[in-house]
Ligand binder design. Structure first.
Ligand code: NI
Length: 170
């Protein structure tokens, strides 16, 4: 296993779309192991999408662990949202967007149903709400080449982009 570099906004690679996984072979298993290694080896990291890591041709995979003890790993392959309802408006941060400096509230669905393959290639479907629902939407956005900045109103985004420009000069 190896830690992989987390891409930092505005790296154009963050716009890549995750490649659909057709076979869970050794290469994919290695990527998943590296993703968990990177997640657990990075402070305050709850989840990562392959597209925000410096992989060539990143697959559509996200790893998530929201537990305090970091002992509830969840790996989702080719995740898609099949149903969403309600609304929440909570703070988000991103390991690729100055995680120690920038957090902003983002409008998301309150509940989502997600379909994916697990690490064994078995199709799973489940419904989540609250923090987990927010996290799933954030990660699936990454796999479609979006960061949470793309979900902000133009005014808020401009304010955050200003802040990012100032941070980058430092
Ligand atoms: Ni993120």
């Amino acid at each position: 296993m190896a830690k992989v570099r987390i891409l930092s906004y505005p790296d154009p690679k963050l716009k890549r779309v995750g490649k659909k996984v057709t076979v869970i072979d050794d290469a994919i298993k290695k990527i998943i192991a590296d993703m968990f290694e990177t997640d657990y080896g990075t402070q305050n990291c709850a989840a990562l999408a392959a597209t925000q890591l410096d992989f060539d041709n990143p697959p559509a995979i996200t790893v998530i662990d929201l537990s305090e003890k970091k002992n509830e790993p969840l790996c989702l392959i080719n995740p898609v949202i099949t149903h969403s309802e309600g609304e929440q408006f909570e703070y988000e941060g991103c390991m690729s967007v100055y995680p120690d400096h920038i957090h902003e509230r983002v409008k998301r669905a309150a509940r989502v149903t997600v379909k994916a393959l697990n690490e064994q290639g078995v199709e799973i479907e489940f419904t989540a709400e609250g923090y987990m629902a927010k996290c799933l939407q954030h990660e699936i956005d990454h796999l479609n080449g979006l960061t949470y900045l793309d979900r902000l109103s133009p005014l808020k985004r401009e304010r955050i982009l200003d802040k990012i420009r100032r941070l980058r000069k430092k």
